[in-house]
Write a protein that binds this ligand. Structure first.
Ligand code: TNX
Length: 516
């Protein structure tokens, strides 16, 4: 292994027996299986072509995405052409035929030899996942925004890979601090690298309303005008929101909009006096208190409002889910909470969407299509197990493991600590398939990493809290539990550093990780 590790620095192929040899063993999330093929390295050159499945515009788009990244750093032209039928040509092929059936609809097969690099999948999404792996088979400088010196060598390899959970998510709170379109796109690109396929946007909270609603315009013009700390806030027009949704779709990421209710609604209550039981609009809030606001459960106009919002946001949403929030409704009695959800749950169905909600939503009687998202710090939840007993699947975001806004330790300059400190190892060391009592792996839809932004202002702040914990969660969501191993994970994680440096990604240099 010692010799192989030295050889790995020059990206030479390792013998099959050397399972620990980089770079093949540096992939995050770790593939289901990856075998090195000795003496079969593949060199990218100025003559390399990218072939994509003939007749598939989607496969071609994945090829263009790959070419865009590799052209920038190699300076090679990397033209795209239709893959010939029959034997795959030299170069890189992205094919929608011949994949091992185990790849399913999100997985892929990658076979690289000195002659060719062949990715096979049953869907363009699968090819896109394979492209993320292919990026990690090249030196980190492949991510550079400027032309770098090669050699550009892909190790000989046979990889078969597919996810443990179909849903791998990240949440960004754009309400506490507003994050403009460019920042969200940047985050989308980061998520895609680690095979995250859902972006949950927390679009409204006490401190701000961030999505244009035509039938209630003051939500944004007034309710979106500030943020935590008193800054200017902001909001997405429908066109801007659609731009985010489309950009995410081009990275095979589904956007899940969240409008939090009946609590976390001060921005709406401040914008429209008639939504308050006392007909008086409260002031806008820029502090970080929680649990004090509630829509007026007894007023009919509340349901007109909620229905209008759900209808307009659902119309901007190609994905299947609408997130109703439902957390920390401490200003709403349990009886009122159930009354409210009983009226609102069917509105989501009428809008053609399935409900997701923070796990308190399990206090209401949910349809089996509804997904509670667990954010507690314990390992049991009656709201969740009741929903599971009625047929629901669950998203796991335990706050003391999965919350990206928790500090790493007491000296972390930003972040909160109410759920404890979360070092990289803490973020990695839990099993989503056996985490909550009464919730077997078959009832887990997947894992999601929420990033609340009370203390998060800049893209660098996002980088610092999300990296390297987000890739740890991504591996929990993707890789088989049988591969779970902190000691190999930390080495693979450390191998990501040159990529992040090339990308200008400002990660936290945890002392738990042997950074390259
Ligand atoms: C709890 S988690 C909240 C958020 C805060 C977060 C800060 C959840 C569903 N609600 O309103 O932003 O803690 O960590």
């Amino acid at each position: 292994v010692g010799v192989a590790l030295l050889a790995g620095a020059t990206t030479a192929a390792a013998p099959v027996a050397d399972a620990a040899t980089p770079p093949l063993q540096a992939i995050v999330p770790v593939p289901v299986s990856a075998q090195a093929v000795t003496g079969a390295d593949h060199a990218l050159t100025a003559n390399t072509k990218i072939y994509t499945q003939a007749g598939s515009a989607q496969a071609k788009a994945v090829g263009e995405y790959l070419a865009g990244i590799f052209r920038t750093s190699t300076g090679f032209p990397l033209p795209i052409a239709d893959a010939p039928s029959g034997t795959p040509a030299d170069g890189i092929s992205l094919l929608l035929s011949g994949a091992d059936t185990r790849v399913g609809d999100q997985g892929y097969q990658l076979n690289s030899t000195s002659a060719s690099v062949i990715l096979r999948a049953t869907t363009a999404q699968g090819l896109f996942g394979g492209v993320q792996t292919l990026r990690q088979l090249l030196p980190g400088k492949i991510e550079s925004p400027t032309v770098q010196q090669g050699p550009w060598t892909i190790p000989g390899a046979n990889i078969l890979d597919y996810p443990r959970f179909g849903y791998r998510g990240a949440m960004l709170d754009v309400a506490r601090h507003f994050h403009p379109v460019a920042t969200v796109k940047r985050y989308i690109d980061q998520l895609a690298q680690y095979k995250i396929n859902n972006l949950h946007l927390h679009l409204a909270d006490d401190q701000g309303w961030r999505i244009q609603i035509d039938s209630w315009p003051r939500l944004t013009t007034y309710g979106g005008s500030t943020q935590v700390g008193g800054g200017a806030g902001g909001y997405y027009t429908k066109a801007q929101y659609t731009e985010i949704v489309n950009y995410a779709a081009s990275r095979f990421i589904t956007v899940i909009p969240e409008i939090d209710m009946p609590g976390h609604t001060n921005a709406a209550l401040a914008s429209y006096a008639e939504l308050n039981c006392n007909n008086t609009a409260p002031p806008l809030r820029t502090d970080t208190a929680v649990g004090y606001s509630s829509l007026c459960i007894s007023k009919d106009i509340t349901y007109t409002f909620v229905n209008d919002v759900i209808r307009e946001v659902a119309a901007l949403t190609p994905g299947p889910y609408f997130h109703l929030g439902g957390d920390e409704a401490q200003a709403t009695s349990d009886a009122d909470y159930r009354t409210f959800m009983n009226r609102v749950l069917p509105m989501v169905a009428t809008a053609g969407k399935q409900v997701v909600g923070w796990h308190e939503i399990g206090k209401a009687t949910l349809p089996a299509t509804a997904t509670p998202q667990f954010w507690g710090t314990t390992t049991s939840s009656t709201e969740v197990s009741n929903a599971v007993a009625r047929g629901s699947k669950v998203i796991l975001s335990p706050a003391n493991k999965a919350y990206l806004d928790m500090k790493y330790n007491s000296s972390t300059p930003i972040g909160l600590s109410w759920a404890g400190y979360i070092e990289v190892q803490d973020a990695y060391n839990w099993n989503p398939g056996a985490y909550l009592s009464g919730v077997p792996e078959s009832a887990v839809r997947g894992v999601e990493s929420p990033l609340w932004t009370e203390t998060v202002v800049t893209p660098a702040n996002i980088d610092y809290l999300a990296f390297p914990r987000l890739p740890a969660h991504a591996e929990l969501g993707w890789s088989p539990w049988s591969t779970h191993d902190w000691n190999t994970f930390r080495v693979r994680l450390g191998a990501q550093a040159p990529r992040w440096q090339a990308q200008g990604l400002d990660y936290y240099k945890s002392s738990q990780v042997p950074w390259e």
